[in-house]
Design a protein around this ligand. Structure first.
Ligand SMILES: Cc1ncc(COP(=O)(O)O)c(C=O)c1O
Length: 452
């Protein structure tokens, strides 16, 4: 028997994978070209040509030692080249290779950071909506997640964040540009957040860490990316090349410690140790030999620019289609997602979402990920880590769906109405909602989102 906790977690975690798997079934049934799959953020782009060449040279020339164990933090050369990059770009000034721990993707980096910093019951603030796995990465290490909703435009609600910082707060986790909304936080809002955190540290006489998860920072289409870690001393950067070099299956990323962090040496040792005891041991070996030959070279810059142009070519038609069809959505500045409001007249956000997502799937063969998978019911996410053909087909379908909702009132599907297990506004498990549950604090906000 699997553990009860895991079973409950598995049942609660519907989300992206489920939609993707349903999409695969539909493709088998109707044909690949009939289904529009907007589910996974799994880049179809190939990595830089040079990546494959360097890798195949390494194999064919029979270079010795590339498959061996190594220090838990990774090989020195790749850590140095990551540090050079972070320093040069201003994301983490003054950082050295000693501050970098190579990891099994960004997910591995988040897990070693939480393993390193969390004592049982300590709280991590997350910004809602967010990448669904955050909840588990925190829970894996006995932390408590405290979700704070964004403002209506999906930017940081600094007042609400400030209110949630208590003596139990250990860290705040940010993701910019954001999955699922594509929103990027401004330098000014990050500076304000940093000053709130410093004030709270002073008042509460403790360190509060800022964890900046930024795997989409190379995919910015409007404005300039600022790393939250560059503004606040007690901070970490989490990164991977899953999206930027289209290498998600190679599972390689890193956690970097701000050199100005208090007790930074302990932290670095803690990360390496956590990498070992969580069973990762180290990041995959061969990729670590390839990366230094790509990072900080023309290959890297050329690829990022090609990759941005590629995604922009899909971003534009989607933006045009969504806005001409009357969908409500925040303008994304980065990543490869659109986040839009489900159509329909049902006042209950979760029901409206279910009806809309099912309608798109069953009647338009269009796979959308429900907002509730990211913590906010009544919305949906489109991932366009795909190709222009799928996007163009998807635009036609989205327009047709909108047309249907304009001309008729699609019927609300009848379901047995069970007591909700999660708050329908922010998806906090009902049983875990604190007395001062944030969604209930502002009736104005509740009305805006008509979720309660
Ligand atoms: C915001 C965010 N963080 C972390 C990850 C995990 O990335 P990785 O595949 O490098 O583990 C993802 C993956 O989609 C993501 O969207």
């Amino acid at each position: 028997m699997i553990s009860k906790t895991l079973k409950a977690d598995m049942e609660g975690s519907s989300g992206t994978r489920k939609v993707y798997e349903e999409g695969l079934k539909l493709k088998k049934l109707h044909g690949e070209d009939k289904v529009v799959d907007f589910s996974l953020g799994n880049p179809v782009l190939e990595p830089p040509e040079e990546f494959n060449k360097i890798l195949s040279d390494m194999i064919s020339k029979d270079v010795k030692g590339v498959h061996r164990y190594m220090p838990n933090a990774g090989h020195k050369e790749v850590r140095d080249s990551v540090a050079y990059h972070l320093d040069k770009k201003g994301y983490l000034p003054g950082v050295t290779g000693d501050h970098v721990c190579m990891t099994v993707g960004a997910a591995g980096a988040l897990n070693i950071i939480f393993k390193t910093i969390l004592n049982k019951g300590e709280e991590v603030i997350t910004i809602n909506p967010h990448f669904q796995e955050y909840t588990f990465h925190i829970k894996n290490h006995q932390g408590e997640e405290v979700m704070v909703n964004t403002l209506e435009d999906y930017t940081l609600d600094l007042k609400a964040i400030s209110k949630k910082i208590t003596s139990k707060t250990k860290a705040i986790l940010l993701n910019t540009p954001n999955n699922p909304t594509g929103v990027m936080y401004s330098k000014e809002s990050l500076e304000e957040l940093a000053s709130i955190l410093r004030e709270k540290e002073h008042k509460l006489k403790k360190q509060i860490y800022l964890v900046s998860d930024e795997p989409y920072r190379e995919m910015v289409y409007e404005g300039k990316f600022t790393s939250p870690a560059s503004i606040y001393d007690n901070s970490f950067i989490v990164y991977s090349w899953s999206k930027s070099l289209s290498l998600p299956g190679e599972r390689t990323g890193y956690a970097a410690v701000n050199p100005k962090m208090k007790y930074e040496e302990d932290m670095i040792k803690g990360l390496a140790f956590s990498n070992k005891i969580l069973g990762f041991v180290s990041a995959p070996a061969m990729i670590q030999f390839v990366l230094p030959k790509i990072l900080n070279t023309e290959i890297e810059e050329k690829y990022y620019s090609y990759m941005r142009d590629y995604y922009k070519s899909m971003h534009r038609p989607l933006e045009k289609c969504l806005s001409e069809s009357g969908y409500e959505f925040p303008k994304p500045k980065g990543a490869f997602f659109f986040w839009a409001k489900c159509l329909g007249s049902n006042k209950n956000a979760l029901e409206r979402e279910k009806d809309f997502i099912e309608d798109a799937k069953d009647n338009f063969l269009t796979m959308l990920v429900p907002g509730s998978a990211f913590g906010k019911a009544g919305w949906f996410r489109i991932s366009y880590a795909s190709n222009l053909e799928v996007v163009n087909r998807g635009c036609e379908r989205l327009a047709k769906i909108a047309e249907k909702y304009k001309t008729s009132k699609p019927k609300t599907l009848k379901r047995d109405r069970k007591e909700p297990e999660h708050c329908e506004c922010c998806m906090t498990p009902v049983d875990n909602r604190p007395m001062d549950h944030y969604c209930d604090e502002s009736s104005e906000k509740s009305q805006e989102f008509d979720e309660h």
